[in-house]
Design a protein around this ligand. Structure first.
Ligand SMILES: O=C(O)CCC(=O)C(=O)O
Length: 327
């Protein structure tokens, strides 16, 4: 993981508008591998945003992946590249200043993904993500040689409440530096597997995949006694590296309400994105495929001194992305 670099938050920001992690928080983060929940906005504001977003998600005329297949996990990938509300959220200083405290000053948001859980849905099974190539075995991101860390730093942003009965996140503290999975093995997709299987007595799965196919040791099982549940109110967010063992509880609440989270993924600018897809220009994941023709990473903090990644300065609707720490 990048050592903490000196981060100079914009001088025109008032102290109450800057959000670096404190030394204590950083220590806690490095020991446990996660931190939060932090408040991005009040529940009522987030619930109103979700109401608006529900309608905006239907309009796919400006999405960068118009070729993505309905019903697959990739269908609503990277909607921050066309929806202004999401463009604002992934660039919010409450998130990006904290990311800069962990990753160093120069930070990209390279992806956003929705995780909807409907009543009765399985929880997401225990997993760790290093290369993001779990589906096809091909790394989607490449850290520079010698980096002691892969994966991406996630801001897991709750659009609705996420209680233990309503699919809250779970973590295994301190597992972020030991990979129990090898994504180069690849997995088999079978949507019929969804919401069907109990693992250790809990309804869990991985969106039509079985992440356990990637286990380095087929006989290993996660030690659930180590699991910590992290409920969030709508408008709160958690930060964790994808290499931390993480999961979510099933949505077993007696309600008609969905649980919805947006996972925004951040990396330093030195990380190469989709370098292995240069020829095909196509990504395969979560049962779907999409072309990278209109893709670009977003600089949310600092400077980009590299030319290896495609970048976007504006959404497809012409809204400029905000860099909350432009050095
Ligand atoms: O929200 C979930 O159920 C899982 C989220 C997750 O696995 C992630 O953000 O990496």
């Amino acid at each position: 993981m990048a050592a903490q670099s000196e981060v100079n938050f914009e001088t025109q920001l008032q102290p109450e508008q800057t959000f670096p992690l404190t030394q204590n928080e950083l220590e806690q983060f490095h020991t446990r591998g996660f931190i939060g929940p932090f408040t991005l906005m009040e529940p009522e504001e987030m619930k109103a945003n979700w109401k608006r977003l529900r309608l905006e998600l239907f309009d796919r005329t400006r999405t960068v992946y118009r070729d993505a297949q309905p019903g697959t996990g990739v269908y609503n990938y990277d909607r921050h590249l066309d929806i202004s509300l999401l463009a604002d959220i992934i660039s919010r200083p409450e998130i990006t200043h904290r990311m800069a405290s962990i990753l160093g000053p120069d930070v990209l948001c390279w992806r956003s993904e929705f995780f909807p859980k409907y009543p009765g849905d399985e929880g997401t099974d225990w997993h760790q993500v290093d290369t993001f190539g779990g589906a096809d075995g091909i790394p989607h991101i490449t850290w520079p040689n010698g980096s002691d860390f892969g994966g991406a730093m996630t801001a897991w942003i709750a659009f609705t409440d996420a209680s233990p009965e309503m699919s809250c996140m779970q973590f295994m503290p301190g597992t972020q530096r030991t990979m129990y999975f090898d994504e180069s093995k690849g997995m088999h997709y079978d949507p019929k597997k969804e919401n069907r299987k109990e693992i250790n007595g809990v309804l869990r799965g991985f969106f039509g995949y079985d992440w356990r196919e990637l286990q380095k040791d087929p006989n290993w099982t996660p030690d659930e006694s180590q699991a910590v549940s992290m409920p969030c109110r709508a408008g709160q967010f958690l930060i964790f590296p994808t290499t931390l063992m993480h999961a979510s509880t099933p949505h077993s609440a007696r309600t008609k309400d969905i649980r919805l989270a947006l996972a925004a993924r951040y990396v330093p600018t030195s990380v190469k994105l989709y370098d292995n897809m240069k020829e095909s220009n196509t990504v395969k994941e979560l049962g779907g495929t999409y072309s990278l023709d209109q893709y670009g990473a977003v600089l949310v903090s600092g400077r980009n001194e590299y030319t290896h990644n495609r970048m976007r300065s504006h959404t497809t609707r012409g809204k400029e992305f905000v860099n909350s720490n432009s050095r």
